[in-house]
Design a protein around this ligand. Structure first.
Ligand SMILES: C[S@@+](CC[C@H](N)C(=O)[O-])C[C@H]1O[C@@H](n2cnc3c(N)ncnc32)[C@H](O)[C@@H]1O
Length: 215
């Protein structure tokens, strides 16, 4: 499978890392289509989960999302974010400054995530949709199962059925709410949400999001 740019799709940890480091290394924060200063869709679903402020939250494939900044502002004290790009994570570290010194930022692959602890809420915006192969989705599920408490919450957002067919030049899978919820057996669907995300250059991207709870 090839990308929009005619290059092979990154399908192992090393090429994925190189690809995503290259994306963040060559662009400004608002130079990527997914940038938003306030992640409203995500925050709405995290709020809906109603976690206590000490309960641990992880954002996977966080990039330079401001989700952790906003959660910190809400008073959450146990925040982690992982990404393949150290450049993206360094941008977040610099942006958070001393107020965010306790936020754990880790360079890791969500397809083989071993944080050595579990979380009360797992958040993913625009990462799951890159998993076009069943083996990748199985690896993601294994990471999720290792990382989430029983009874823990899952917030996942992907491009919707009328959204783009690629993201960052890579092929993606678009999901309806029902299709996305069906990806996570063993989880109950609690709520759904969606948005037409405005890219920094004014185009629109349809997002589908679900809030689920592990049984
Ligand atoms: C489309 S961006 C979304 C970023 C962020 N979630 C947001 O909403 O702004 C996808 C992000 O996932 C990261 N990523 C892609 N594949 C990954 C993987 N297998 N493990 C960890 N991070 C990954 C990329 O580096 C990038 O930051």
């Amino acid at each position: 499978m090839t990308t929009d740019h005619g290059t092979p799709r990154p399908d192992d940890a090393a090429t994925r890392t190189e690809f995503w480091e290259g994306v963040h290394d060559s662009k400004d924060v608002d130079g990527v289509s997914w940038w938003q200063s306030v992640p409203g869709l995500s925050l709405g679903l995290v709020d809906r989960a109603g976690l206590g402020l000490d309960e641990p939250i992880i954002d996977v494939g966080a990039g330079w999302s401001t989700l952790v900044d906003h959660l910190l502002e809400r008073g959450y004290r146990d925040l982690s974010a992982v990404d393949l790009s150290t450049t993206a994570l360094q941008t977040v570290r610099d942006r958070l400054g001393p107020a965010g010194a306790d936020v754990v930022l880790t360079m890791a692959d969500v397809l083989d995530l071993r944080m050595g602890r579990t979380y009360a809420l797992w958040h993913d915006r625009a990462v799951y949709h890159f998993l076009t192969e069943p083996e990748e989705r199985a690896d993601y599920l294994a990471s999720l199962e290792r990382s989430l408490h029983p009874g823990g919450w899952l917030v996942v957002a992907t491009f919707g059925p009328d959204g783009p067919t690629t993201c960052s030049g890579l092929p993606i899978v678009r999901y309806t709410h029902a299709e996305l919820a069906a990806q996570f057996p063993g989880y109950d669907l609690i709520d759904t949400a969606g948005e037409d995300h405005r890219t920094p250059w004014g185009t629109s991207q349809q997002f589908t999001a679900v809030l689920m709870r592990r049984r």
